[in-house]
Ligand binder design. Structure first.
Ligand SMILES: *Cc1c(COP(=O)(O)O)cnc(C)c1O
Length: 360
């Protein structure tokens, strides 16, 4: 029986988003999905234990306890915060809220592939605009566009780990007539963030996650920081109970422990420096990263065999191929390895094995 035919045609024709591999085996060194190598704050585990005693009740639909703490940390009001089941949920809510069938969603290239998928599910078009060579925004990124309804800009970007200045993002918001979402999934590892821009141009919105810097990828919690008017509109789009009681409690505890965050980030940044230097020593071209991963490319040999040889030896990194853009007129980029910053000993093991592979 042909069951495909029952599916909406937009979904039939789209390729599924492929998240990085999550191996079952405990022995692999996992540097492929930018998770934190360290467990979360002990206060989070305490909050999870406590919340698990009240599971017969529905959770707070708005995650008020989290919004209060996050507002204090960020210097905004709780009305500026919308909670999500991971920041992927936030990105989904935004796309559903602003982009109709046939509309256009703009994103830079190369960047986070999920944005394409979100546009396709809506039956919308996505427009990839190639980054300049130094990973700054091309003039076309600032251009107004026919049916342009939403811009997604990861900052720091993945896979490059590079950043766009807040000043340029403000200029961008002034020049396109639609909301501009700055995806700050990695911003805790970076020197600057864009929350202050919301007051300067309310069309700027910030998406955040607890998956990376707070070590909570398994929990699923993200949030939006935006003008309260947008937050109120988007509540109509989200599932009523899009974050569960355990996640809200855990995320509130994580956000309350900024001391843990600072200590964790400084460990990761020290290891990042070692990873960058180690890769350069092995002949990789490395752009200085502002995130918890490093993008390594090579002009002297293909990198895919390196990814495969690492994998065979129990080290998972992310091979990314951007040699072709899905948008006509947007030229390809190269391919490379995106390597998450693990613990010092994981990075030492990676560099040692990589050295052996390159010599062999
Ligand atoms: C990891 C990541 C996310 C998703 O984070 P979750 O909160 O785990 O859904 C969003 N944007 C970018 C650019 C990411 O790398």
């Amino acid at each position: 029986m042909n069951l495909q035919k029952y599916l909406r045609s937009e979904i039939q024709s789209m390729a599924p988003y492929k998240p990085g591999e999550q191996p079952g085996a405990a022995k692999v060194i996992k540097l492929n999905t930018n998770e934190n190598p360290y467990p979360p704050s002990a206060k989070v585990l305490e909050a999870v234990r406590e919340a698990s005693g009240r599971l017969e009740r529905y959770p707070d639909p708005l995650g008020t306890s989290f919004r209060r703490v996050a507002a204090e940390v960020l210097g905004v009001t709780p009305d500026h915060i919308l909670c999500g089941n991971g920041s992927d949920d936030i990105l989904t809510i935004l796309t559903r809220g602003f982009v109709s069938q046939g509309d256009v969603l703009r994103l830079p290239f190369p960047s986070y592939i999920l944005y394409r998928t979100l546009a396709e599910i809506q039956g919308a078009k996505f427009q990839e605009v190639r980054f300049l060579k130094d990973f700054q925004l091309a003039p076309e990124f600032y251009a107004a566009g026919d049916r342009l309804k939403l811009v997604f800009l990861p900052n720091p970007n993945s896979p490059s780990g590079t950043m766009i200045d807040p000043e340029a993002i403000l200029r961008l918001a002034h020049s396109v007539d639609c909301p501009v979402v700055v995806d700050e999934a990695y911003v805790d590892f970076a020197p600057r963030h864009c929350v202050e821009l919301i007051a300067k141009d309310p069309r700027i919105m910030i998406s955040r996650t607890l998956s990376k810097s707070y070590g909570l990828a398994g929990l699923r919690f993200g949030y939006l920081v935006a003008d309260p008017a947008f937050v109120e509109m988007l509540r109509k789009v989200k599932d009523s109970y899009n974050t569960d009681a355990i996640s809200i409690a855990a995320a509130t505890a994580a956000m309350s422990d900024q001391e843990w965050l600072r200590a964790n980030v400084s460990k990761i940044l020290a290891t990042r420096t070692r990873l960058e230097a180690g890769l350069q020593n092995l002949g990789f071209d490395v752009i200085p990263s502002q995130a918890n991963f490093v993008w390594g490319t090579r002009s002297d040999r293909p990198v895919k065999p390196l990814y495969e040889a690492l994998r065979a030896q129990g080290i998972l990194v992310r091979y990314m191929d951007y040699t072709q853009s899905a948008t006509p007129g947007c030229d390809g980029w190269g391919d490379g390895l995106r390597i998450s910053v693990g613990t010092d000993s994981e990075i030492e093991a990676l560099l040692l094995i990589l050295k052996g592979i390159l010599a062999g």
